[in-house]
Design a protein around this ligand. Sequence first.
Ligand code: ATP
Length: 301
Amino acid sequence: MEIRRSATELVIQTPAKLNLFFEVLAKRTDGFHEIESLMCPIDLYDTLYFRDEPGGKVQFRCRWMGATGPVGCGFDQVPDGPDNLVVRAVELARRKAGVQRGAHVLLVKRIPAAAGLGGGSSDAAAALVAANEVWQLGRSRDQLAQWAAELGSDVPFFLADGPAVCRGRGEQVMPLIGIGGLHFVLVRPPEGLGTAAVYRACRATAQPRSVEPFWEALKLGDLNKAGQRLRNALQPAAAKLSPWVKRLEQEFARLDLLGHAMSGSGTSYFGLCRHARHARRSARRLRASGVGTVFAVRSCR
Ligand code: ATP
């Protein structure tokens, strides 16, 4: 995430993520699934504006400013009140730190929702960082990551500021170094999926694959091999729930991509490209087939 400070306000650009590798290992007794995923932030951002409110109230507004209209990007499913993950994160920070501070918070959304892009989790992580800094709570990123895990499995990842392998239910984050800039074409089809429904429809893989061969290929900069090893174990379950997953798989198979897969619990679908020009060219072709909102993006910190 990128943080800008002014005398009155903190402004955070907080990114979406892609799951380049996603394995479901087992269902746990607490109802969560044990997973192993290599996640990577991309340069598609929401913006959080956070200002201290001396009156002690938390005031929250949320607005869509995506590249295309909100229809088909799931913005109608983003709560604009206490259920928004930003408000939940701010309230959690107040409770954990035992402070009665207030804030004016504006969330400008560009990351499509219910899409497997982690927008809500990213916003929650940004809100924790903002509250910690503006209210001078003095917590380290590791301490914030413990709070973050209470808000959602993917929230701690966004505090690591870079690609990472995530294990457990996703909250055990091992940051990775040595991954160069990666370019992708990305589509959010007109229909989204809820994470819980996809997990319900999913079975743990009988012979789970390890992230290591994929991670090795990335470290060596062997994009061809990395493309062949993209994997998402949730994809068959998501394909049972939304026809868009199969449709996108077919559309992406027609392009000369290094590999393609669904991100997270879907329905967003991405392809690994050779360079930025390749991503832009692939994006033009996908826009012409009317499959939803199309982005050419790259990995970021
Ligand atoms: P993940 O990849 O982490 O499973 P996702 O990308 O599929 O997440 P999100 O966009 O993060 O899904 O949001 C999931 C749900 O969380 C939304 O459908 C919405 O109801 C709720 N939500 C709460 N706060 C937010 C927020 N700030 N932005 C987006 N969704 C939010």
